[in-house]
Design a protein around this ligand. Structure first.
Ligand code: HEC
Length: 146
């Protein structure tokens, strides 16, 4: 009996020391830093889990190429061509998904809701604009609002 207690008394601090070392190592080197960025993770980032900043940057790029010709690079509008989308109460009060639907359809000059007599073409006239491109554009527009 005495002998057994002695062995436990000896092993216990050793065990603790090993555990403590184990913890030290794992906190010093986070596992995530060792995960390589693969093609798959890039594809995933392209859709829903893209960090907001990247999404806004992508939207800025898409807006510049597909919308700025009429709405101006800063989305502040161009006289008689495209409306100001920063001050727009329509943009402010429309949900992301409704705004996405709107951008896909546009608002022709003949539409009863059209206020300028100028066409807002579907997808700004670029049929290749994808849902994720539009999602990025909306994130960009939201970033311009106060
Ligand atoms: C060919 C010019 C043109 C292009 C390109 C264009 N728009 Fe427009 N857009 C307009 C015009 C004109 C209006 C105003 C229509 C009206 O009088 O109701 C408008 C209106 C809008 C509105 C509604 C604003 C409001 O307050 O009612 C949104 C949102 C919008 N555009 C987003 C976009 C986006 C996003 C793109 C790029 C994908 C784009 N537009 C490309 C001409 C354009």
């Amino acid at each position: 009996m005495k002998n057994r207690n002695f062995v436990i008394a000896l092993l216990y601090p050793m065990l603790m020391a090993v555990l403590a070392m184990g913890c030290g190592t794992s906190s010093a080197e986070p596992v995530s830093s060792n995960i390589p960025i693969t093609a798959t993770s890039v594809v995933v980032a392209k859709t829903t889990s893209m960090p907001l900043e990247e999404l806004i940057e992508e939207g800025d790029y898409q807006f510049e190429s597909g919308c700025s010709g009429c709405h101006g690079a800063d989305a502040r509008g161009l006289p008689n061509i495209g409306k100001d989308l920063v001050e727009s109460s329509f943009v402010k009060t429309t949900s992301d998904s409704d705004l996405s639907d709107f951008i896909k359809v546009g608002r022709g000059a003949g539409d009863k809701d059209n206020s300028t007599g100028v066409d807002m073409p579907p997808k700004g006239g670029n049929p290749a604009l994808s849902d994720s491109d539009i999602e990025a554009i909306i994130a960009f527009l939201r970033s311009l609002q106060d």
